[in-house]
Write a protein that binds this ligand. Structure first.
Ligand code: ARG
Length: 556
């Protein structure tokens, strides 16, 4: 809401002074709510800053402005705290969790490709980041009026499945694979590579099998389907924990019968070239060529991504596709974007990149490291949460369910509080603390509000607005007012971290307020005002946590 006031002031002044770029900002220091630096304006008007101040101060009329003041070259604006607070609280209490929603007059569509683990391999750390970041960006777009299509572009196609099938047929064991599918598949894959190092014929065998698979060989398709089903069971456990679902699970294999058309199209538009038997698209000096077909005719990762982009464009009528994938695939998406451009499609390909998870400063890896599987990591987080809950609230019912939500919330918040392109430190002990910049701290703050609210009834119409003259009240009102424009900023930058950091300051401000002010006072109208205030803070905090993909708890 402050943003809107600032915008109005800006427009008004630009018109009044015939000046293009009036700066209207939020002061970082001091007590005013809005500030306008006057130096440039003064220069333009050929006056000194005080004269400019005198000229514009009295014309600045807005119902929310209570007074203005001149100080060291700035025009400082103070809001009418009572009125402003009334309006903010009323808006939140009326709109509840829809506060900050945006309705677009022309609904826009956007496809988001995230998570996308590879079958026959474990759900990796990078896939966890992709899932958490992608899910949050998806929820944010929905809140802002977009129609989203979330796609899990499963890695379920490619030469590696030729290798898997060869390995299974030579050395596999059904019972073992059923007992622990992914571990067994990974072991077979590793074994294949060891053997192929000694016997290069195996590689050719694998390529032939993949070729046959691409030609729908019945026996191979069956095996492949079985590998896929077993993998999906494991992935689904992860999605259930994270509370993530997808509109489409069309993975790479889905495009098997759609690739000839793409290759044809590339050919017709004169984009294909032969290069040592392989088929490529030359992308000039800026980047290496895109490899479309191997010399044996097999398609590649980028071929399937081309087919996928065009399919999504046609099927979902979307012009924008976000790919939430780690930094290491930068080149792949640059190439994809370029080829789509050369084909003449009006599709915006956006790579939403992210950094690594680090443990003790080193790249976290499920291979070789402390943890064999990502699920073990999550289980350990849940265990730590369970311990903490047992200490704090031994009589709590459904402790396991709560511990799951706290453990998962801790991992999610730890990921999202950082700017996504940076590497993230992954330390379970730290992220599970109930104090500090953690998920449990946010959930706990909401629970604390809940415990106050559930004991009382309150009525939205009786608010003692003079309370909001006080800084420690008004500071929170300003934060609440910021929520809608902050969401827009988070969307523009595809940055859940903006929401994550905001929620931290909101929870911290609330807890400071709670430490300082007695909430449950005798005076009925003040008590009522406190309750309306806290209910509003809780609404925004909970909605923000939901947008990050965190569970909201009533008790913990
Ligand atoms: N399965 C890939 C991997 O694990 C990620 C896929 C990302 N999405 C895409 N459309 N390329 O590396």
């Amino acid at each position: 809401m402050i943003d809107q006031i600032m915008q109005t002031i800006k427009q008004q002044l630009e018109q009044q002074l015939q000046f293009e770029n009036v700066i209207v900002e939020r002061p970082k220091r001091g007590f005013s709510d809005i500030a306008i630096p006057l130096f440039n304006l003064a220069k333009h008007q050929q006056k000194n800053p005080k004269e400019v101040y005198d000229k514009i101060a009295e014309t600045l009329t807005h119902p929310f402005i209570s007074k203005t003041e001149f100080a060291s070259g700035f025009l400082n604006i103070y809001l009418n705290r009572k009125l402003f607070s009334q309006v903010v609280l009323k808006t939140i209490r009326t709109e509840k969790e829809h506060y900050g929603d945006q309705k677009l007059t022309e609904p826009q569509k956007i496809a988001l490709d995230y998570s996308s683990p590879n079958i026959a391999k474990s759900f990796g750390i990078g896939h966890l980041r992709s899932t958490v970041i992608g899910h949050s960006i998806n929820l944010l777009h929905q809140k802002l009026g977009y129609q989203t299509i979330s796609i899990n572009h499963l890695g379920d196609w490619g030469t590696q499945f030729g290798k898997m099938i060869v390995a299974y047929e030579k050395w596999g064991d059904e019972a073992k694979l059923l007992a622990s599918p992914i571990e067994e598949m990974q072991a077979l894959y590793v074994h294949f590579h060891d053997e192929a190092a000694k016997n290069p014929d195996l590689d050719q065998e694998a390529r032939d099998v993949f070729k046959a698979l691409e030609n729908n060989d019945e026996k191979y398709i069956k095996l492949w389907q079985w590998f896929k089903e077993e993998s999906l069971k494991e992935f689904d456990r992860m999605y259930t924990l994270l509370n993530v679902t997808f509109d489409s699970n069309d993975g790479e294999s889905f495009y098997n019968d759609k690739m000839d058309a793409v290759v044809d199209e590339l050919d017709k538009k004169g984009l294909l070239k032969e290069d040592e038997g392989a088929t490529i698209v030359d992308l000039g000096d800026e980047m290496p060529p895109a490899l479309i077909k191997r010399s044996d005719g097999a398609t590649l990762y980028i071929t399937r991504d081309l087919a996928a982009a065009i399919y999504r464009y046609r099927t979902y009528h979307t012009k924008e596709i976000l790919y939430v994938v780690g930094n290491e695939q930068q080149l792949h998406f640059k190439q994809l974007k370029k080829v789509i451009e050369l084909l003449g499609y009006d599709i915006e390909i956006k790579h939403i990149n992210f950094g690594l998870l680090l443990t003790d400063g080193k790249k976290m890896s499920t291979r070789g490291g402390k943890f064999k599987r990502l699920e073990d990591v999550v289980d350990q987080a849940i265990e730590l949460a369970a311990k903490a809950i047992k200490d704090k609230n031994p009589n709590l019912e459904n402790q396991h369910d709560t511990a799951t939500k706290v453990g998962v919330g801790a991992i999610v918040y730890n990921d999202l509080k950082n700017e996504r392109h940076l590497d993230v430190d992954f330390n379970l002990e730290n992220m599970l603390k109930f104090e500090g910049q953690t998920g449990p701290y946010l959930q706990y703050s909401s629970v604390r509000m809940e415990s106050i609210l559930k004991e009382h009834t309150f009525d939205d119409s009786t608010i003692v607005d003079h309370l909001f003259q006080n800084d420690h009240y008004f500071e929170i009102i300003k934060l609440l007012a910021e929520f809608p424009s902050l969401l827009l900023r988070a969307k523009e930058q595809y940055a859940p971290s903006i929401i994550a950091k905001y929620l931290m300051s909101l929870a911290q401000s609330f807890n400071r307020f709670y430490a300082r002010e007695r909430i449950l006072v005798e005076d009925k109208t003040i008590l009522n005002t406190h309750l309306v205030f806290i209910a509003s803070i809780q609404t925004v905090l909970n909605e923000g946590m939901r947008l990050l993909g965190m569970a909201i708890l009533k008790e913990m």
